[in-house]
Ligand binder design. Structure first.
Ligand code: C2E
Ligand code: CA
Ligand code: CA
Ligand code: CA
Length: 280
């Protein structure tokens, strides 16, 4: 038989280890996930600590494959990044999320919801990510101020100039930019002066034990001060207890997100429980 680049069996070799085998299998199925309709978005709310209202939601990708079952994003996103598949996936997510948010805001939730989408650093290596965003906003009719992108510090590492140019264009259209997993990366704080960003999202490893751990409190406090001085909003993720909320309120954190308020939910369940999410 002819070797087929798309067939996972033709490139299998016995000396491959379990992880490589699994990665190939995932890649093979992931290539077809969009056309086979295997992807779904879950939505996790963000709560504004000043108003105690839900004012945002983050789109999180879910993949259910007929053979592999539910594959968690922490497993398939890195493979999608290694193979370049992430470009198509993130664009699919972006369009779907914008469409959904247009629908929700038109239907008139009690206050406007901003939709946050995770964008892989790879997009900034390709030029013109801003054109992708513009096309999708045009197509879905979503107001730019109702879209936020979440990027990690890694986005800044190799391509400063391009990344600044792109983010500046996005900001000019009215889109917000958040730094995700803030504090977890290894990059210097230098970029904070140069990049047009709106908020810092503190990594959940600093948040989860903040009520028991003095070092974590010190770190969260320092990030909150830094953000305030730089005129950035501070968001904390991974909130699982009331205790942690109280500490974050005291430190002046602006927004919170976590299982305590709600787990990420599929569209229908998000709509059903939206009203009850408003208290904490
Ligand atoms: P992330 O962007 O940091 O998303 C937060 C992760 O923490 C989500 O995991 C969420 O379900 C989980 N989480 C939220 N609240 C809590 C909590 O209170 N406790 C705990 N223990 N966990 C909480 P998820 O959905 O498995 O996503 C994992 C990562 O995969 C995301 O981390 C993000 O980096 C990536 N990802 C997910 N969807 C996309 C996507 O559409 N595009 C890209 N490029 N990456 C995505
Ligand atoms: Ca995120
Ligand atoms: Ca995060
Ligand atoms: Ca992450």
């Amino acid at each position: 038989a002819k070797t087929n680049r798309n067939s996972v069996f033709s490139i299998y070799r016995p000396e491959m280890n379990k992880n490589q085998e699994e990665a190939l299998l995932i890649e093979h199925h992931l290539r077809k996930a969009i056309e086979q309709n295997e992807l779904e978005l879950y939505y996790q709310p963000k709560l504004d600590l000043n108003t105690k209202q839900i004012n945002g939601v983050e789109a999180l990708l879910r993949w259910n494959n007929y053979l592999l079952g539910n594959v968690p994003p922490d497993k398939f996103i890195p493979i999608a990044e290694d193979t370049g598949l992430i470009i198509k996936l993130d664009e699919w997510v972006l369009e779907k999320a914008c469409q959904q948010n247009k629908e929700w805001n038109d239907a008139g939730f009690s206050n406007p919801i901003k939709m946050a989408v995770n964008i892989s650093p790879l997009h900034f290596r390709l030029s013109h990510f801003e054109d992708v965003v513009k096309r999708i906003l045009d197509k879905t009719g979503l107001e730019p101020s109702l879209l936020e992108i979440e990027i990690t510090e890694n986005s800044f590492i190799d391509n400063h100039e391009e990344c600044i140019a792109c983010l500046t264009k996005l900001k000019d259209i009215g889109i917000s930019v958040a730094i995700d997993d803030f504090g977890k990366g290894y990059s210097s704080l230098n970029y904070l002066r140069k990049f047009p960003i709106n908020s810092l999202k503190i990594d959940r490893t600093f948040i989860q034990e903040v009520s028991e751990n003095n070092e974590d409190i010190a770190i969260v406090k320092a990030i909150t001060h830094l953000a305030r001085e730089l005129n950035l909003k501070v968001v904390a993720e991974g909130i699982e207890t009331k205790e942690v909320i109280r500490i974050l309120e005291e430190l002046g954190c602006d927004e919170i997100q976590g299982y305590y308020i709600s787990k990420p939910l599929p569209k229908k369940r998000f709509e059903e429980s939206y009203e009850q999410m408003n208290y904490c």
